[in-house]
Design a protein around this ligand. Structure first.
Ligand SMILES: NC(=O)NC1=NC(=O)NC1=O
Length: 166
């Protein structure tokens, strides 16, 4: 984590690359880098949320390229893989039945919607995630795009809050 003051003083390229692991949607990190200097962290967070408001199915699919399946803690040292592992820490992968249920749920979801199931995992137990997955399997296509986008916005905002301090 760096301070807002430090973030404001980075080059555009450095600032954008610092924010890149928050979400794999082209342009979002660059727009926040180019919007500097932010007069406050709140102003930056508000701008970030405004940028996310226009996201649709295209951006959702772009972002999913960088989000591993729930329960499949990604290998790799890239920053977004480390963030995913940290976010999924409370998904108890020691519970074989839960892990199997998540694998089966993910497969059902992908067969139904044609994309990886996305949920803000931080603060959620594996059981909570399974319940959400089951509920969302009943969504229409359009409702599920909106549900998944809401989760993507939560993940992205949490990552941004973790990257830039006061
Ligand atoms: N498929 C996913 O939901 N992945 C993730 N959720 C998170 O909160 N972090 C992830 O990588």
């Amino acid at each position: 984590m760096i301070t807002l003051n430090h973030f404001n003083r980075l080059s555009v390229a450095e600032a954008a690359s610092l924010l890149a692991p928050c979400v794999a949607v082209p342009g979002w990190a660059t727009a926040l880098a180019e919007g500097r200097p932010w007069r406050s962290r709140e102003a930056m967070l508000n701008a970030a949320q405004q940028l996310m408001a226009s996201w649709g199915e295209v951006e959702l699919n772009q972002a999913l390229s960088a989000h591993p399946r729930i329960g499949e803690k990604p290998a790799g040292e890239q920053q977004h893989a480390a963030l995913s592992r940290q976010e999924q820490a409370s998904v108890n992968d020691g519970d074989a039945a839960l892990a199997r249920a998540l694998r089966e749920g993910n497969a059902r979801y992908e067969a139904r919607f044609g994309r990886v199931f996305l949920i803000r995992a931080k603060g959620r137990s594996g059981e909570d995630i399974l319940q959400a997955l089951s509920r969302r399997l009943g969504n229409s296509d359009s409702a599920e795009v909106q549900d998944a986008l809401a989760q993507l916005r939560e993940i992205t905002l949490l990552r941004l809050e973790g990257a830039i301090g006061e």
